[in-house]
Each structure stands twice: as structure tokens, then as C-alpha cells.
Design a protein around this ligand. Structure first.
Ligand code: KDO
Length: 329
């Protein structure tokens, strides 16, 4: 009977003018992110969708949910692990909550620039660290994207030259221990606030400032409610375009390759555009009336690196990993 039913489905598909392979429901891939529409990691998602459609027509149904409307910032990994979400762009900070070894990539002044970041994750280090995420979190990292280099962006007037100048400054950080650690290591008084609430918190003075890469300061319009940017370059930040393991394991080899290639194309689009824009934004913010300047970056580097190396976080880093990361040229 089941065989006859199956034949019936094929016949129905044939009548509808479809081949059986296309008659199957497309695999739904919902992507949830707090990113705003104007930011490059949001703009790269239609690229992912288009590339995937080209490589595997009709086989996937990609839905893009921005502004944290589907899942709140930081809740995406758990949602993927429970089978409630197929895709997200997660951070090293999200991963470090479940895999302490990963806190190495939350450390300020470790990765040197976007090129170093890409090379590190394309090396054996990437293989090992992605493997941990696959084994322990059942999440498949498809590709790493450059989120930009994080800078201090404050609504206050006083220039920040050294970590001591941040003493008592209410610096918004995303809400997790490793993020707050970074804020503290910089010398500030860190306060957890969700990304979507930063603008209002700056406007009302609930916080004195926030840290994000310049393209995000532009895209989320934080420059409208702040007075200065101190170019501390404290974190070469990454986002990892990821798929729930339960979804990944349902794909055949061709589909897996199509998803991987689409992810790489999307990330390439993000990286190229973001790097280009990042280099031009100091002038744009100056034209908007903000002060943009270099503080004593060495003073920040020394204080931040010391804080990490002396912390409990660094005790969980894989042996020799700092040296291996530094050795990648
Ligand atoms: C932020 O909340 O500051 C942050 O930059 C943290 C990142 O990990 C990432 O979640 C990002 O926000 C969002 O994608 C919004 O750009």
C-alpha cells in the first residue's frame, strides 16, 4: 500500500509539472539576528539566500529575521540546540558560555586585524575550535565573518586617553560574563544592555557609552546620540554564521556543499564591504560633529592583555593556543 501511495505522490507531482525531487517541501532555514538592516552582516543574508537558491533551486526556503525579532540577542544558540531555530550568527562570547575554551576569542588585543582573523579560523585552530562547537553544542559553524574592530563610542565630552580615564564610566556591554569582563578590563564600569536598547540608553543617559565597530555605529545611528569615538581597536570581532546540527544532519552532501558555498559568498560580501567602509567612517563621524581620535592604545593593550592572562578565563584556554594564534602571520 505504501508503495502505491508513494507512486501516487510521484504521479501527482508529474501532473503538477514537477519532478519528484522538486515536489518535496523546501527545507526551511530561519535566520535570527539582532543586526539592523543597514549593517553589512544583515545585508550579507540576502546574498546567502540568492547563492543558495542558485546552487539548489527550490530546495531551501531562507527566511531572514533582523532586529532580534524572532529570538533575543544571545538566545539563538539555545534555540538552535532545541530545534526551534535553524540559523544564526553567533559570537565567540555566545560559544564561551558553553565551551570555556572559546573565551580565548573574547580576549581583547589577541587577533590583530581581519586578515589575521580569517587566517586563524582557516587554519588547524579553526578546525579544532569549530570541532568543539560541533561536538559539544551540536551547532555547525559554516563560516566566520568580520564584524569589525570594536571602538569606544561615548556621549560624554572628556577625552579617553588611558584606561584610567574610563574609571566610573558606565559602558554598555552585551549581557554576558565574558562581555562584562572585557568592559572591566578596559577600565570601565560595564553595564549589560541588549543591542536593541542601546540607542535609547544613550539618548536618555542611562549609559555613558558603548563599544562597537564603526560600521555598526553608523548603521544603528549611534553617532546621532554620542559625542566621541576613541579608536582603542580593542577587539577584532567575529560573527560565526551557523546552522543547527539537527538541520545540518538532514542535508545530503550536495546540499551541504551548497549551504557552505553560499555562506562563504555571504561572508566575502560582508568582509569586503565592511573593511572598505570601516576605513572611511572616521571622516564621516567627524563631519557629523563627533570627536574621533587615537588614545594611548599601548596603555589599553597592556592593561587588557594582563587582565586576561591573570584571569580564570585564560586557565580554560587550550594549552599553547595563544602562541599558536600569535604565530599565524
Ligand atoms: C553588540 O551587542 O554590541 C554586538 O556587536 C555583539 C555581537 O556579538 C552581535 O550580536 C552584534 O551586536 C549584533 O549582530 C548587532 O550588530
Amino acid at each position: 500500500l505504501s508503495r502505491r501511495l508513494f507512486m501516487g505522490t510521484v504521479a501527482a507531482a508529474a501532473i503538477a509539472g514537477l519532478t519528484p525531487a522538486f515536489a518535496a517541501d523546501p527545507i526551511k532555514l530561519r535566520i535570527s539576528t539582532p543586526a539592523v538592516e543597514a549593517d553589512w552582516h544583515a545585508k550579507m543574508l540576502p546574498v546567502f539566500k540568492e547563492e543558495l537558491e542558485k546552487a539548489a533551486p527550490g530546495q531551501f526556503d531562507v527566511e531572514i529575521h533582523l532586529n532580534g525579532t524572532l529570538f533575543k540577542q544571545g538566545t539563538e544558540p539555545a534555540a538552535m540546540q532545541r530545534g526551534n531555530l535553524e540559523m544564526a550568527m553567533i559570537s565567540a562570547f555566545d560559544i564561551a558560555k558553553q565551551i570555556p575554551e572559546w573565551s580565548i576569542f573574547t580576549a581583547g588585543y589577541l587577533l590583530r586585524d581581519p586578515e589575521h582573523q580569517t587566517k586563524v579560523f582557516e587554519s588547524d585552530i579553526g578546525k579544532e575550535m569549530y570541532g568543539l562547537v560541533e561536538d559539544k553544542m551540536k551547532i555547525k559553524i559554516l563560516s566566520v565573518g568580520y564584524l569589525g574592530t570594536r571602538q569606544l563610542n561615548l556621549r560624554t565630552e572628556k577625552e579617553i586617553k588611558t584606561p584610567a580615564d574610563l574609571s566610573g564610566v558606565k559602558l554598555r556591554m552585551p549581557g554576558s560574563d565574558t562581555w562584562l569582563f572585557l568592559g572591566k578590563a578596559l577600565g570601565a564600569n560595564p553595564l549589560p544592555v541588549a543591542f536593541g536598547e542601546i540607542y535609547t540608553a544613550l539618548q536618555t543617559g542611562a549609559i555613558d557609552g558603548q563599544d562597537n565597530p564603526l560600521p555598526t555605529v553608523r548603521a544603528a545611528k549611534f553617532y546621532e546620540v554620542t559625542k566621541q569615538v576613541a579608536l582603542t581597536d580593542h577587539l577584532v570581532d567575529a560573527i560565526f554564521l551557523s546552522l543547527a546540527g539537527s538541520t545540518w544532519s538532514k542535508l545530503d552532501d550536495k546540499q551541504k556543499a551548497a549551504v557552505m558555498n553560499a555562506a562563504k559568498a555571504a561572508v566575502r560580501f560582508n568582509n569586503e564591504n565592511r573593511i572598505k567602509e570601516e576605513a572611511q567612517l572616521a571622516d564621516f563621524f567627524k563631519s557629523q560633529g563627533l570627536k574621533v581620535y587615537k588614545p594611548d592604545v599601548e596603555a589599553f593593550r597592556q592593561q587588557v592583555q594582563k587582565a586576561y592572562l591573570e584571569s580564570d578565563l585564560s586557565k580554560s584556554w587550550p594549552k599553547g593556543m595563544v602562541d599558536r594564534v600569535n604565530a599565524i602571520k
